[in-house]
Design a protein around this ligand. Structure first.
Ligand SMILES: [Zn+2]
Length: 542
């Protein structure tokens, strides 16, 4: 799971529907608490050393998952008749002291100080970059027909470096806004820009100081490689990038028709600044070093029973990787076990697979189970599969994603990200209702979680998806589910203490698994495949 470093107020969830009276229809088969515990304790054990992408610990986790698939009699759905889809990745590092940023105002040459005034990441594409071009300010750098936004209107950025403020207008809904925000590079590249400079803002400084970004900038960037060895860099013409500290950014505006101070005032007032030529040029240089690693997705299929529908698939996903060992030597425990993130999701998926196999009712559509690598590096394993699927993507009718179910309390409701965008919302409500569990509204829309886990690369390819998390109410009297969840997030998320000795409620895990099983069962057996709701923004992504 990949959250913002800051989480907003954990609001009390709103109950949408209560259908507790319907009797369960899956009495014949149920998840097993002990099986969930056994999977979780193995996957989150110290021996697997935090399951970092490309590590020996993660390889062992992948082998364990493949062995479970095999023991259930599921068909291999990886490469060459195996359960494994092996992916090559490139790790890119910025060479020490190689980054430079020189501004040419026509009168002066000004060098920005690295990393105090600007930072840059490594290039995944080339080892040496040297770009010199005029600068054009493009506001937020957003384009959306649906929202009537075109920050590039009337601007020529061909062969130029675009300068944009980070973030997005507040009035955009969170999920749609997060999607547009992640498309800024694409908007610039499509218009012929050769570089992107992002401006840190005073508002951003309050949420995440520039210094924090400086701390994290040494981490390598990871990209997956196509089978021909090319890195998945969609926009090769963008050969320069920089993130400029808000006070240093004034230097870029010395010849501008509007001063930076005024731009920041517009942002403060909730207005979207208009673009213009900055009347200066810049030279951006950097050197990058590349390394190759490999790591597998693990895929298996339970074939459907219906002659026609068996060519369609319900896809369950759960990421098996985590963040590895911590470099913080002040603690005794250096292993980020990732018990909730996401040994729990994988355990739920393995139990779901067993339930399908042992329910005695073969589903009409086929079910694919996909354990995914490199989620923590940027949803990379899922993105690779969405680009190189082992079954035709058009035949994947829906994705049910499992990521970080917090199984620490007897939850009374679930939150289903994606449920408002497709017919899967009704499916989730019915499935949860069978077990007396309510479906609640997203209590933290500002997190835009719908764009933050492995289902998202599939959503971008048009596959309707749903992703459940435990809600913020509890069946146990005197227990505040939201408080337990918030405490987990604040104290254990992405830390060595996210480990099997947490007070894990495996009976809650049983309910969570039963609901996710019921969701897949309904999708697999219904006549029509799930559809995007026509009014959903995500129904018409290209
Ligand atoms: Zn995570």
């Amino acid at each position: 799971m990949r959250f913002f470093s800051y989480i907003g107020a954990i609001a009390v969830a709103l109950s949408l529907s209560a259908c507790a009276d319907e009797s369960p229809s899956n009495e014949a088969v149920s998840a097993d608490a002990l099986a969930l515990q056994a999977h979780l304790e193995f996957l989150a054990s110290d021996d697997l050393e935090g399951r970092d992408t490309g590590s020996r610990g993660h390889e062992i986790a992948a082998k364990y998952i493949a062995a479970k698939f095999k023991s259930l009699g599921l068909e291999p759905a990886g490469d060459d008749g195996t359960y494994f889809q092996r992916i090559k990745f490139r790790r890119s590092f910025l060479e020490e002291n190689s980054a430079s940023f020189t501004l040419n105002t026509g009168e002066d040459e000004i060098s920005l100080d690295y990393p105090k005034e600007f930072i840059t990441g490594p290039s995944a594409y080339s080892e040496e970059d040297d770009v010199e071009a005029p600068l054009v300010f493009v506001g937020y750098g957003l384009v959306s027909e649906a929202f009537g936004i075109n920050d590039y209107e009337g601007l020529d950025v061909e062969g130029k470096i675009v300068v944009m403020v980070s973030g997005r207008p507040e009035e955009l809904p969170s999920e749609e806004g997060a999607h547009l925000n992640s498309s800024k590079t694409k908007f610039a590249a499509e218009r012929g820009a050769v570089g992107i400079i992002n401006l840190h803002t005073p508002a951003r400084e309050k949420v995440r100081p520039f210094e924090v970004s400086v701390m994290y900038q040494r981490a390598p960037s990871v990209r997956w490689l196509h089978p021909n060895g090319e890195p998945n860099v969609a926009f090769k013409n963008i050969a320069a990038s920089a993130y400029v500290q808000h006070e240093a950014a004034e230097k870029l505006f010395v010849n501008a028709p509007v001063q930076l101070e005024e731009i920041f005032a517009q942002l403060e007032a909730g207005e979207s600044p208009k673009g213009f030529d900055l009347g200066v040029s810049a030279r951006l240089q950097r050197a990058s070093r590349h390394e190759e690693i490999s790591s597998p997705n693990v895929a298996a299929v339970l074939p459907g029973s219906d002659d026609k529908l068996k060519n369609e698939y319900v896809l369950y996903t759960a990421h098996s990787d985590h963040i590895g060992m911590t470099k913080d030597l002040s603690q005794d425990d250096h292993i980020n076990n990732g018990a909730m993130d996401n040994a729990s999701g994988v355990s739920v998926m393995l139990e779901t697979a067993r339930m399908f196999k042992e329910s005695g009712q073969q589903p009409k559509r086929s079910i694919m189970f996909l354990s995914i690598t490199a989620e923590e590096r940027g949803l990379l394993g899922a993105d690779y599969f969405a680009h190189h699927p082992t079954v035709p993507l058009s035949q994947i009718v829906a994705n049910v994603n499992l990521d970080m179910p917090v199984l620490l309390y007897d939850f009374a409701d679930v939150i289903a990200f994606g449920s408002t965008h497709s017919t899967l919302g009704d499916t989730v409500a019915r499935a949860a209702g069978q077990f007396g569990i309510d479906l609640s509204e997203d209590p933290m829309p500002e997190q835009a979680i719908f764009t933050r886990s492995d289902h998202y690369p599939f959503v971008k390819k048009g596959v309707p998806a749903v992703f459940l998390m435990t809600g913020f109410t509890s069946k146990t009297e005197g227990e505040d589910g939201g408080e337990v969840w918030g405490e987990f997030f604040a104290e254990h998320y992405h830390r060595p203490s996210d480990q099997p000795d947490l007070p894990i409620n495996y009976e809650a895990g049983v309910t969570f698994t039963n609901i996710n099983f019921a969701i897949g069962q309904e999708i697999a057996n219904q006549v029509e495949r799930p559809r995007w709701l026509p009014e959903s923004f995500f129904s018409q992504l290209d």
